[in-house]
Design a protein around this ligand. Structure first.
Ligand SMILES: [Fe+2]
Length: 254
């Protein structure tokens, strides 16, 4: 993989999610395939996916409509939900359909229908040791807290969406804030939800609706929001968001 990828989501075409059993699925567009897979899914009104599971943790960032999960409730624009590997769920769309980003942490995610595929015992046992199998955040209810930097450099407050695995935060950079050259330990995804952001002079400006994937260990900077600031959701694949300043700790990828 390149060290980074700029994804302009509206340039991607829609396709039908392939199910080898020919069951009804939904429209998807594929943005990224690698250590993490990133799609956008669009469920038609009142679509229901019968009980199924995935072999990797997934995260959903809701963009439009209503998404309904049995036993969990409804999710709307701005909400975030995650399901850990091996957990079975029944879910679908409300009367207006539902559109969301779907991220799989680790690889591709076939739909594993429970009536056809039993969850492997190993995965089932792992899941039991991982606390809540599903979780979610209503974005308006999560407080902003300071992001502590061990070197005392200025940072911007974050909303901690999930601080186990998966690792998800949301943050707003005020206009004028700058983060100098740094690298993250794990592959990191940025979903630009509002405003604009520059990650370095080597990359284009990222706008609302764009997604950035950057390889763990690759140094870049400075990070600078546009004149109206930027709000983004960040997902770290493999461990906590480990922020290292490149002038203090040499980046693994030069
Ligand atoms: Fe960063």
């Amino acid at each position: 993989m390149n060290n980074w990828k700029h994804i302009t989501t509206n340039e991607y075409d829609w396709d039908l999610f392939g199910d080898k059993h020919g069951r009804e699925t939904s429209k998807v567009r594929t943005f990224y395939e690698g250590n993490q897979f990133i799609w956008e899914a669009s469920l038609k009104p009142n679509y229901v996916a019968e009980s199924h599971w995935h072999p990797y943790d997934i995260v959903q960032i809701f963009l439009e409509g209503e998404f309904i999960c049995e036993g969990e409730g409804s999710f709307y624009k701005g909400d975030i939900r995650w399901v850990k590997a091996g957990q079975s769920t029944i879910e679908g769309a409300g009367s207006e359909g539902s559109r969301f980003y779907l991220i799989a942490l680790g690889g591709d995610i076939p739909l594993m229908w429970d009536d056809l595929y039993k969850v492997p015992e190993k995965l089932e046992n792992q899941l039991k040791l991982r606390g809540n199998p599903v979780g979610n955040a209503n974005i308006d209810k999560v407080p902003f807290i300071p992001f502590k930097d061990e070197n005392g450099r200025p940072t911007q407050p974050v909303q901690v969406i999930c601080d186990e695995s998966p690792y998800v935060v949301r943050t707003t950079f005020e206009p004028g804030y700058t983060a100098s050259d740094h690298w993250h330990k794990y592959d990191t995804m940025y979903f630009i939800m509002d405003g604009e952001m520059s990650f370095s002079e080597d990359e284009p400006i990222y706008k609302k609706g764009d997604i950035r994937v950057v390889k763990g260990g690759y140094s870049y900077g400075p990070e600078k929001p546009g004149k109206d600031g930027v709000t983004f959701i960040l997902i770290s694949n493999g461990g906590p968001i480990d922020l290292n300043w490149s002038d203090i700790k040499k980046p693994p990828i030069m």
